[in-house]
Design a protein around this ligand. Structure first.
Ligand SMILES: Cc1ncc(C[n+]2csc(CCOP(=O)(O)OP(=O)(O)O)c2C)c(N)n1
Length: 641
């Protein structure tokens, strides 16, 4: 790190050292933190906009609060790069999200300053409240707890549950609402309009500031005066806002809105708030992408832009002469629009991920048929169930990892009533550098035990298209389709649709020595392993299940009658996954075979590239190849490696 460029930052190895700086130096320090984030993220990729927007807030929080004794609980955690840099990870920040490097999200096992592990949204208020009440029960009354949550994450039901509960306790919780008026895509919903209303009401804010100043000076006169002023403050708020303040109605003291980029002012406000007891909310206005012009303008793209030129803002794409296959999500988005043009019953539902799902393609042409419901996976599923009751065919798109939030809604609201909802699970399997919080490891296991649920996993882009087509072609009841992050390898994917018989798999090869049974895109590794084995004159059956439920029992009987050496391959947890389903099948039908299950082991897998992680889990082509040797020629295993 150049000494000249990072004059202040190089002195800060911990929040204790940060506290040695003058207030005025905090402005320079903030600039340097921002510069380091830009330097590293432009080279390594990662979450950019949110972290740039919360630099001053991060500096001010660590300046005023006594971390790690005081707890800062970040929501989602994608805005916490500044926090990592200021809490002893400045020199390893280069390894952010890399294999064996630091995680892109706060993680309790990584640092004592990471008060709570995150990645999924809307958890900070509940976790923070638990800590605030816990510290009180443990007689640590001097401990402060701060939950930092964005306006997008505030739309999640869990955040409201936390606010509601916190408002009925007297515990010392400070919620900092970091309002930049955008999630990944523009913020939606009534809460967003409400926040905008407060943030832009000039009269309200002027009076609010007067009251704030008065409150500060009256505070020194004792508790009686404070109560009196507080009553005036409340009546002004009530009179000036169209409705009474939402947060005040939930028993929070509401402060703000304040400029989240004025680091010196922020430190003053936070210092004052430290002395105010009970639940309180500070509304901070920030700009996503702050300090990098193109990131401020194209906030959705620069949420997590990949590698880019930090001067021009040009995003680097993979260089290739050949036409590149599109991402799976683009195949989904394009196909959904094609289907929706023909089938008027199709509607799209996304919980705050129009661009992350490519549902924005359909949204652009038919905005009235696509619903961005905010970061609200539970609501997205039950809302889809309601649409299905009216005879529509909702395509509810949720990343596999976020669908975990809506499990009861899938069972109770959709499956139990056999409603025609198509659940599209993107980012299924290992997702790479976002790591353990984001891997879509569990959906095969959690979907396949639900009665009425169809569990489909296409092996490539063409199969995905046909699966989407099949799901809407007739009333199947709940139909889930999982597909991975990234691109497949078929640039000519846009073929005419053909319906796939539900519950039918396909033989990609029929051999004698061993059977590879795969599901979903992990079949690509199996296909590669088959080639490697056949080069060694080992004859291989490769069966692509396509459906984990219902299973193609006819084909499975054929395989189990013929083969006593079988490997199952899936990009999902081994426990309870497709391989486990085949073990059950084997036991139920008294087959005797050596069956080895490859997939994600029963532990949390960290971050890295998808290739690195698949290799670590051992279901890459090489891993399958070696496993095949272990089954059929254990004595020559050493040759195979
Ligand atoms: C449960 C869940 N759903 C979806 C996401 C994906 N996601 C990551 S950040 C984000 C937007 C968060 O918006 P906001 O809280 O306003 O923070 P900002 O990025 O604007 O700073 C979303 C939807 C997630 N992390 N968790």
């Amino acid at each position: 790190m150049s000494e000249e460029k990072f004059r202040f930052l190089q002195k800060v190895n911990s929040p204790a050292e940060l506290k040695k700086l003058n207030e005025d130096d905090l402005v320079h320090l903030s600039d340097e933190v921002r510069r380091l984030i830009i330097d590293v993220v432009s080279k390594n990729s990662g979450h950019l906009g949110a972290s740039l927007g919360s630099v001053e807030l991060t500096v001010a929080l660590h300046y005023i609060f006594n971390t790690p004794h005081d707890k800062i609980v970040w929501d989602v955690g994608h805005q916490a790069y500044g926090h990592k840099i200021l809490t002893g990870r400045r020199d390893v920040f280069e390894t952010n999200r890399k294999y064996k490097g630091i995680s892109g999200f706060p993680k309790m096992s990584e640092s004592v300053y990471d008060a709570f592990g995150v990645g999924h949204s809307s958890t900070s208020i509940s976790a923070g409240l638990g800590m605030a009440i816990g510290s009180h029960l443990k007689n640590r009354s001097d401990q402060q707890v701060v939950a930092v949550i964005g306006d997008g994450s505030m739309t999640g039901g869990l955040a409201f549950e936390g606010l509601n509960n916190a408002g009925s306790h007297k515990s010392n919780l400070l919620v900092v609402l970091n309002d930049n008026n955008i999630a990944i895509d523009p913020s939606v919903g009534a809460l967003n309009e409400y926040l905008l209303d407060i943030a832009t009401s000039k009269t309200y804010n002027r009076l609010k500031n007067d009251v704030w100043n008065m409150l500060g000076s009256i505070d020194k006169l004792g508790p009686g005066a404070r109560k009196y002023i507080s009553a005036i403050e409340n009546s002004i708020k009530t009179a000036l806002l169209k409705h009474s303040n939402l947060f005040e109605s939930l028993n929070f003291r509401y402060f703000g809105p304040v400029d989240g980029h004025d680091v010196v002012y922020l430190t003053k406000v936070l210092k004052d708030l430290k002395d105010i007891q009970g639940p309180k909310l500070l509304h901070v206005i920030t700009k996503k992408g702050k300090g990098l012009s193109f990131a401020e303008v194209n906030q959705t793209i620069f949420h997590a832009p990949g590698k880019f030129d930090k001067i021009t803002g040009k995003i680097f794409k993979v260089k290739s002469d050949k036409p590149q296959p599109p991402k799976y999500q683009e195949v989904f988005g394009t196909t959904l629009l094609e289907l929706a043009r023909k089938n008027k019953n199709i509607v799209g539902i996304t919980p705050a991920m129009p661009s992350g799902s490519s549902m924005n393609i359909m949204m652009a042409e038919m905005p009235e048929r696509v619903f961005d419901v905010g970061i609200a996976e539970q609501h997205a599923v039950t809302f889809s169930a309601g649409l299905a009751v009216e005879g529509l065919t909702p395509f509810c798109h949720i990343y596999s990892t976020f669908m975990q939030r809506a499990y009861d809604q899938v069972i109770h609201d959709v499956a139990l009533q056999k409603l025609n909802v198509v659940l599209c699970l993107d980012r299924a399997g290992l997702v790479g550098d976002d790591g353990a919080t984001h891997h879509g490891a569990y959906d095969i296991a959690y979907m396949r035990n639900i009665p009425n649920m169809i569990v489909a996993a296409p092996m490539d882009e063409v199969e995905l298209r046909n699966m989407l087509y099949t799901a809407q072609a007739k009333a199947h009841g709940p139909f889930s389709i999982r597909y991975p992050r990234g691109s497949g390898n078929n640039p000519s994917w846009q073929k005419a649709f053909s319906e796939i018989p539900v519950g039918k798999g396909r033989f990609l090869a029929e051999g004698e020595d061993i059977a590879l049974i795969s599901v979903g895109s992990a079949g690509q590794y199996a296909a590669e392993a088959r080639q490697m084995l056949e080069e060694d004159n080992i004859s291989v059956t490769h069966f692509d299940m396509r459906f984990v439920k219902p299973m193609d029992e006819k084909a499975l009987h054929k395989i189990f009658r013929k083969h006593d050496k079988i490997i199952t391959i899936e990009d999902g947890t081994i426990s309870g996954g497709m391989g486990s389903a085949l073990l059950e099948f084997m036991a139920d039908h008294d087959y005797d075979a050596r069956l080895k299950r490859l997939g994600i082991p029963d532990r949390f897998v960290d971050h890295g590239t998808v290739d690195e992680l698949v290799r670590e889990c051992g279901f890459d082509a090489e891993g399958i190849y070696k496993q095949a040797y272990r089954l059929i020629k254990p004595n020559v295993l050493s040759n195979a490696g």
